[in-house]
Design a protein around this ligand. Structure first.
Ligand SMILES: [Zn+2]
Length: 76
């Protein structure tokens, strides 16, 4: 009568799927070994969650501000 139900540890997945290249990677992997994209925890349907790339958001914001300053400087 050992309690070995698969629901003991979360959803019961043994691997997760990379959201970028769709290969199976280990459940505890934080980076895809094939395409090097960052992976989150396993989510719905065994897919790895996408992580927010804050560096990309910040670099976009800085570049957009520089662009606006240039437009104001050049045309007004
Ligand atoms: Zn991948």
């Amino acid at each position: 009568m050992a309690d070995t139900s698969p629901n003991d540890q979360g959803p019961g997945y043994v691997s997760k799927k990379c959201h970028s290249c769709y290969t199976y990677v280990p459940l505890d992997a934080t980076v895809c070994p094939y395409c090097k994209v960052r992976l989150g925890k396993v989510g719905d349907h065994g897919m790895a969650d996408k992580l927010t790339d804050w560096k990309a958001y910040v670099s976009f914001a800085v570049a957009f501000v520089i662009f606006l300053v240039f437009i104001i400087y050049a045309f007004f």
